[in-house]
Design a protein around this ligand. Structure first.
Ligand code: APR
Length: 244
């Protein structure tokens, strides 16, 4: 990462009227939560085809909940890192207007971000697959195979492969994506749709795309600026350049 790039990126942000961040698991790795597709990521330990799909939890709830409980424990221990904090600070000072996150860890909100759209849901809650009732995740964690009072199977209130994104969440995200002048794309491999499409749509509508990732991703070819390195280091440096 060149200092000159940070200066240019800060200038783009200062000129912009609507700035949106799209974040992925890479922003939370420095908080101790593994991402999905890196060498030691979640899908290297648990086969995505056995654990990631809605059909998997329905057909083998005990097995999938065992894995989910490990992830939920990692999340419970985690604190926001300097990347989350920098994003919250940008919003506080009017340099960011929404965070669309694919993460279910709640760390953006814990860092102080207010306008957070959780496009893949969250792990704070569990939802009944039969009646739709929502519980605090603690209710589910007490049971081996978590069940609702109606007898239906509970799952975290997060999106599995094969499930649709709730319409209201999609519409809210899409309206920000279409209108933004700058999109920061942080810590995502941009391999999962529809989020992976957001930088492309933003670009088609004239937005500048700023990628912050520790390696090139699927959207590097459309990025106007690529800042490679740790999100927890780059974002605080960017904030400094915004203020001075
Ligand atoms: N700083 C910057 N980038 C990082 C860091 C870091 N500290 N740590 C990891 N990364 C990068 C990785 O190199 C990778 O490019 O973040 C990206 C994370 O990509 P994925 O593991 O694919 O995570 P994500 O893009 O959020 O996955 C999308 O896939 O299975 C699902 O539903 C799950 O929401 C998730 C979705």
């Amino acid at each position: 990462m060149e200092r000159g790039d940070l200066i240019k990126v800060a200038e783009e942000i200062k000129k912009a009227k609507l700035i949106v961040a799209l974040t992925g698991a890479g922003i939370s790795t420095e908080s101790g939560i593994p991402d999905f597709r890196s060498k030691d990521g979640i899908w290297s330990k648990f086969d995505m085809n056995e654990y990631g799909y809605i059909d998997n939890i329905i057909s083998q709830p005990e097995k999938v909940w065992k894995m989910l409980k490990i992830l939920i424990e990692d999340i419970a221990k985690a604190e926001p890192n300097n990347g989350h904090k920098a994003i919250a600070e940008m919003e506080k000072f009017g340099y960011l207007h929404a965070v669309i996150t694919q993460n279910v860890d709640g760390l953006h909100q814990k860092a102080g971000s207010k306008n957070v759209i959780e496009i893949h849901g969250n792990f704070r809650e569990a939802r009944c697959l039969r009646c739709g009732r929502i519980y605090d995740i603690g209710y589910a964690l007490k049971q081996e195979i978590p069940k609702c009072e109606c007898g239906g199977l509970l799952k975290p209130n997060a999106i599995f492969f094969g499930e649709p994104i709730p319409k209201d969440v999609f519409i809210k995200s899409f309206s920000m994506v279409e209108k933004c002048d700058v999109m920061l794309v942080v810590g995502t491999s941009a391999m999962v749709y529809p989020a992976a499409q957001f930088p492309i749509i933003a670009k088609q509508n004239g937005a500048k795309i700023i990628e912050i990732n520790n390696e090139p991703s699927m959207i590097s070819n459309i990025a106007d600026y690529s800042l490679y390195g740790k999100a927890g280091e780059i974002l605080p440096s960017l904030v400094k350049h915004l203020f001075f």
